[in-house]
Design a protein around this ligand. Structure first.
Ligand code: ZN
Length: 340
């Protein structure tokens, strides 16, 4: 039974979002957008909605190539300069707003985006799950989605099963997939759901616009692993990427966004300069002087870019605004209790 609190948590951000559509353009007239880097994360790219409807891949967080072009043009129109992680090693202009495009996982379908990026001369970083590339295996969350959709399971049940598996290490997930769907399920169905292969990844690494980042070897949700296992995840994927591309990545993105202070320390020891989270927030320049810098990323939605772009340009989302508001209200409430 949803409680009143749950109802508020669900409905207030939606109201804030609708209000934002109306108010944000007005507020943006009086806002300066310099000294910031807005980073966005994408996963897969569809050629069209028809391709999405084939259900070869979990559509969550994926976008059509048409929407991707709209996204690029929106930020170019608002004078943002697109950069990649290597550009953060140089001093940036503090009056200039910057944006960065990141792709997680290493889907072959990202080729559709790279074609567009080449045309617009816009850089991006792609975070690679190296074992999937090495073995040419489907990603496990897509396997769940594809097979359960075929069984007419609803979205909610699929999400629940995926969320359950995210509590485990990769060896458990692999056994679960094998037991439920057979080894054959690891074989991708088409170019829509397959990862890059080694030859394709090698070619991409030679594209000066594309930076290659680490996304662990097994898409390991690092907070489920021991320190030694985390080290191993970074080392194995770095070795694979080095042997293939000739360079060691300076950046990594946490699978599923999960990290803690210990994960961060190990990432620093592994030599990464930048780690990418899934915390929906802006990055303000200049960064603190630290051997490793943790960067926030906005999730890109499939909805209207003007609407979510407005929120991102203000350095927020309806959810983060709601959380801030809630914290303020709790602070006031706490203060009133103290006065009692
Ligand atoms: Zn991922």
């Amino acid at each position: 039974m949803p409680t009143i609190k749950n109802k508020i948590d669900k409905n207030v951000p939606a109201i804030i979002e609708k209000l934002g559509y109306l108010l944000n353009p007005f507020i943006l007239n009086f806002t300066t957008e310099g000294n910031r880097v807005l980073i966005f994360y994408f996963h897969g790219i569809f050629e069209s909605i028809t391709q999405k409807d084939l259900n070869h891949i979990d559509p969550q967080n994926n976008i059509t190539v048409g929407k991707f072009i709209e996204f690029l043009e929106y930020f170019l129109h608002h004078n943002y300069i697109f950069i990649k992680p290597e550009d953060l090693l140089e001093e940036l202009n503090k009056d200039q707003p910057y944006a960065m495009i990141t792709f997680d996982d290493g889907y072959f379908n990202n080729t559709l985006a790279i074609d567009v990026l080449n045309k617009y001369k816009i850089p991006a970083v792609i975070f690679i799950t190296t074992k999937n590339v090495f073995e040419n295996n489907s990603f496990w969350w897509d396997i769940i989605f594809k097979y359960r959709t075929k069984e007419y399971k609803n979205f909610e049940a699929i999400r629940k099963e995926q969320a359950f598996l995210k509590k485990f290490k990769h060896d458990y997930i692999e056994k679960y997939i094998e037991k439920n769907f057979g080894t054959i399920s690891n074989k991708p169905w088409s170019d829509i759901d397959r990862p890059f292969n080694s030859a394709e990844l090698y070619n991409i690494s030679k594209n000066p616009l594309i930076s290659i980042g680490n996304h662990t070897h097994n898409h390991a949700i690092l907070t489920n692993y021991s320190d030694d296992e985390i080290k191993e995840e970074f080392a194995v994927s770095n070795k694979f990427l080095f042997e293939l591309t000739g360079s060691i990545p300076i950046s990594m993105a946490f699978p599923n966004g999960n990290f803690n202070p210990s994960v961060l320390n190990i990432a620093e020891e592994a030599g990464f300069k930048f780690v990418f989270t899934t915390q929906n927030d802006v990055n303000i320049l200049p960064f603190v002087d630290s051997p490793i810098i943790s960067l926030n990323r906005f999730m890109t939605k499939n909805t209207n870019i003007t609407n979510y772009g407005n929120f991102a340009r203000l350095g927020t989302t309806s959810d983060t605004l709601y959380l801030k508001l809630k914290k303020k209200l709790m602070f006031i409430k706490g203060g009133m209790i103290l006065l009692d």
